[in-house]
Design a protein around this ligand. Structure first.
Ligand code: 13P
Ligand code: SF4
Length: 315
């Protein structure tokens, strides 16, 4: 099964029926496409045309038809879509859905770090502002970070802003990876004690974690994947039970698309409040008003686009 899930009306539950019907009507009228990240609430995933991880959603934003993209996720994702599809109107239904990690590095800080490490390539995790992407040589997501870093000529890499992903990538390359001191507040608080407790609660279950987790949590896990990589692994895996070390919203899609598998959260506290800000009502409002729109000034966008396109070209 392709982990980029394409939905039709037949998949939609009948709860919130009136809102769903209006969303689907307006979607047609507006020539809109709804993209949702794997962490979104179940009802929002159900009205989406495509559900995926950051890399899949970036590729979709770059390639899909339509005049309007409704981005059910957080602001850096909508910004990436706006950079890649400047001719489309990109809407972020929850206008204040940000990513705290993306705020942990600024464009000015990247410029001054370049002075300290003049020979280093700057790799920006896609969880960054458009301004930071514009200062970077190439972007990456959790799904392609190792490939992206390996594709570079430089021996030294300044990796912003996620220290945990940077250290994870460093395990697979001879390059010197210099981590920025940013982190995801949701993944960084998962502990080895959580892994021990979850294994005790579900003996025999496989533990899969996201590379935004701390190094010691990664060491204690069985596998490390991006969000869609996790879904693929569970669907295709032979084990009957899995403990999932990432934001708990992923379990909705996993349980729906991987029948016969039991999936448990590694930590019930792994909730990204920003990812939960989008609701069906906000999606509808956004389609009605064609707002809030996310735009990136072209002088920033054209430099950020180079870093994103360079990432998308890495095979
Ligand atoms: P993925 O690209 O793996 O979906 O991760 C996005 C994210 O924000 C993880 O916290
Ligand atoms: Fe940002 Fe973490 Fe939320 Fe992902 S889970 S959007 S990295 S705060």
């Amino acid at each position: 099964m392709d982990s980029l899930s394409v939905r039709d009306i037949g998949d939609i539950t009948m709860d919130n029926n009136g809102i769903i019907k209006k969303i689907l009507e307006l979607k047609e009228q507006r020539d809109a496409i709804i993209l949702a990240h794997n962490y979104q609430e179940g009802p929002v995933q159900d009205v989406a045309d495509l559900i995926g991880d950051s890399l899949e959603l970036s590729r979709a934003a770059a390639s899909l038809d339509g005049s309007v993209i409704v981005f059910c996720g957080v602001d850096f994702m909508a910004e990436t879509a706006a950079i890649l599809s400047p001719q489309k109107k990109v809407l972020l239904p929850a206008h204040d859905a940000g990513c705290p990690m993306a705020e942990m590095v600024t464009a000015a800080e990247v410029r001054s770090a370049r002075e300290r490490f003049p020979g280093a390539a700057v790799v920006a995790y896609v969880n960054t502002t458009a301004e930071v992407k514009a200062e970077s040589d190439i972007c990456c997501t959790s799904a392609n970070a190792v490939k992206v870093v390996s594709s570079l000529e430089e021996d030294q890499v300044l990796f912003v802003p996620d220290r945990n992903l940077a250290r994870y990538v460093a395990r697979f390359t001879k390059k010197q990876v210099i981590p920025w001191e940013g982190y995801c507040i949701v993944h960084d608080m998962i502990t080895v004690a959580d892994v021990t407790l979850a294994r005790q609660g579900h003996p025999g279950a496989e533990v899969i974690v996201h590379p935004e987790c701390r190094p010691e949590v990664i060491d204690a896990a069985d596998y490390v994947f991006s969000t869609s990589g996790m879904i693929r692994h569970v669907c295709e895996g032979e084990k009957p039970a899995y403990i999932i070390g990432t934001e708990i919203g992923i379990l909705y899609r996993m349980q729906k698309e991987c029948p016969g598998k039991s999936c448990y959260p590694l930590s019930d506290r792994a909730v990204c409040t920003n990812m939960k800000k989008t609701s069906l009502a906000l999606v509808l409002q956004s389609l009605e008003s064609l707002s809030p729109q996310v735009t990136v000034p072209e002088h920033v966008a054209h430099r950020a686009r180079k870093a994103i396109d360079r990432m998308l070209a890495v095979k």
